[in-house]
Design a protein around this ligand. Sequence first.
Ligand code: TNX
Length: 528
Amino acid sequence: LFMTALAILGFSCGKKQEVIPLDKHSIIPIPVSVAPEAGSFTLSSKTAIVLSSDPSQLEPVAEYLKSALGNLTGLNLSIGQEEKDNSIILSLDAGASPHEEGYSLSISDKKILIAAPAPEGLFYGIQTLKQLVPAHGGSSKGSGNQFLIPTGTVQDHPEYAYRGMMLDVARHFFSVEDVKKLIDQIAVYKINHLHLHLSDDQGWRIEIKSWPLLTTIGGANQVGGGEGGFYTQEDYKEIVRYAQSRFITIVPEIDMPGHTNSALNAYGILNPGITVPEKTAVPIDRKALGLEEDPKATPYHTGIEVGFSTFDTNNPVTYQFIDDVIREISEMTPGPYFHIGGDESHVTAMEDYIPFIEKAQAIVSKYGKKTLGWDEVAHAKLLPTSVAQYWAKAENAILAIEQGSQVLMSPAVKAYLDMQYDSTTHLGLHWAAYIELDQAYNWDPTELEAQIRRENILGVEAPLWTETIITFEDIEYMVFPRLAAIAEIAWSPKNARNWEDFRRRIVWHGQRWEAQGKNFYRSPKVEW
Ligand code: TNX
């Protein structure tokens, strides 16, 4: 009884709970400014979540806050509209930050105020607050407890508007549930775009109603051979909806004109005459599916070689096909971007590649979207609204900039989450580099090339290619802790970033990940 009483009073083992001052905390990405004060707010079962403005806009974020704090602490907080002592107040307030996605978080002994001009800012303020709660959930959570949160203020906003991660669901397919779990994990680090690589040589992963064999045939395999899989349009809409609830925009990619063998598996009419590398080719039994033979259709490709496939860029049917695909996906995509791939089209002649990209770009515009493409697309004439994703060649990124386009920064040597950490990493590839945590952290998008300046940069994205990634635990191992490093590059001002300090802060995140059972990489660069 005595120990219980102490615990309720905020004491444990006879010692007052220590409150780590706000500026000694481990917030990632590090905020723009943090001003600590002496004191603490007591989070307990008495704490109420209060909506101070338009409840219809605030309720979803309030519910998110309630469930997040519940998971961490075991507390079941009420949500209401009446302010009392010991409240967490959510307020939409145009004056809270001059930045669209900004927020302010003010913590006093009596209340916590999260204010922002828009709901996304409140969501980011909530992410910061979650990182100040001295409990990690998992098996250690209890109820009836008190949790002390240090007082002070945080003023914060992102450096870049686009903070992204990419998941390749083509090489290996991942379920809707896995994608949702990933969305939850990356939202913590204020990532606001998830790019889904929905098609590649090994598999087509999105239902297209006007070309049904794309999924029944093209979706039924993957690297190494296997079932593959695909998202129905309902699945895709569910992913989009869930991502929106975490303020994450889904960016769909259909890679073309290369990386298209899975479409050629289904429809030989799109094939100009390419064949699949013999060693990894697996014939498709169309008869077993009740379908007629299609002599120009290709076998499955279960290997990881790239660059052998292309659409027939001289056949008008190809453009009817991509019009249908871009239309159907765009209609289900509220976000502004459609990614057309465009990388490694090694068997498409440049004189065919350029007009193909320009036509694809025009179709994307016709359906109200902006084109994103891997850096090679800069060989074509880009619209000013198109964005080139820098992964391999700075000269391509510069070509895009010279045309008035912005670039999305995903340099493979720094930002690729499929690169191995070191030579002992059992997953991943290493064609670009080994990327230890310090290498993922110690770079800045504005310092890679003199001609790629701050104003040319839309943001930063960390891609995870999945040739070697099979399970959700594999995803976690490659993504964490490196995504936290990339997220800080994308969100925090350059002058606030520091490796030694990041190295200290990430330890706390490791503790939380451990409590959550996350399979993260214990980098030897960190004293976990
Ligand atoms: C290159 S990055 C590719 C992908 C591979 C990746 C593996 C890019 C635009 N193309 O097809 O999956 O390397 O790291």
